[in-house]
Design a protein around this ligand. Sequence first.
Ligand code: ADP
Length: 397
Amino acid sequence: MKILVINCGSSSLKYQLLNMESETLMASGLVERIGIDGSVITHKTEAGEKIVKEVAMADHKEALNQVLAALTDENTGAVKALSEISAVGHRVVHAGEKYSASVLIDDDVIAALEECVPLAPLHNPPNLIGIRAMIELLPGTPNVAVFDTAFHQTMPKEAFIYALPYEYYEKHGIRRYGFHGTSHRYVSERAAAMLGKDIKDLKIISCHLGNGASLAAIDGGKCVDTSMGFTPLEGLVMGTRCGIIDPAIVTFLMENEGLTAKEVDNVMNKQSGVLGVSGVSSDFRDIDRAAAVGNERAQLALDVFRRRVKKYIAAYTAVMGGVDAILFTAGLGENSITDRAEIVKGLEFMGVKMDDAKNDVRGKEVIVSADDSKVKLLVIPTNEELMIAKDTLEILQ
Ligand code: ADP
């Protein structure tokens, strides 16, 4: 069984073709600059060969057409015919309160996702375009939607209601939704397997630390709290996003800097985070380098970031009445030895003990806590695409 996974952004799209018998990658790629000059598709074969092709792609349908052409290319393709693709799994950012699991896409699902557009105006429209294009290009092939928000739908009401007038929840759906759900679900399932335990018996804190970053408290396999909120802006300090701030700062900036609502939104989403504090970069590797040669604001950005993660870990331990395992994933979580060490430093009081030699690892599934650590620390590379393909397969069957 071969499953194509599609992740459509506003001007780019990522894809992977997976062989589900072996759960291995048959091909992958990235299309960039869709609808703008210099559209380009970078296709990677199973053997790792990269084929870069510049070709005009006015919209996502043309881009997906190029993807299908690359997958069936005589010399470098992964399949002989498109009929070999059993189904398509789509990453969809926001399903509101409508779906708590992945679904087979039909007209009702498309209508429900349209309704969620105001909740994710940047993400849901390209996701929908991708879905419609695949339905047209591969008629008869089932399409499945896998939602970033779905895993968090098990949160209790006290975790997702904001202390605003209740009618805003009823009228606009203003509540915590949470994101990165597919990643949190994948790494928590992997953690249970690595620890040889039933996930039902585990209290897990999953730290997805990438450019966008969020934590999830997962009790018995179910999400009970998460740091992203109504939008992916809340919570941790991120590459360019501020995470939690005093909400009064928004109106203060509007009044004292003369910023419009849109401009403040832009400041909080694109000019803040470790970029805003350091003034150096949104990329943690650049900040690490700057801090290493004595840039104090770069060091400050790292300190603010790490302290915030630590606070959430302690808070989620309290929410669950304990923690058995803390997981690190995504770009920074998988690769930054120092950040992992600094984040858990000081948590020894709750039974956390890192083994520095084991922690000297990047991008591999490893338990990095000391053997006598009450709380297990794990590094687990995320694989949202595999999770999407697995869900798609399960729905097909
Ligand atoms: P996203 O998918 O949200 O764009 P990623 O999960 O790819 O983000 O994570 C990107 C972040 O991970 C970048 O800030 C990058 O600097 C950081 N990162 C990657 N490798 C390392 C490393 N070796 N040390 C520190 N940070 C790293």
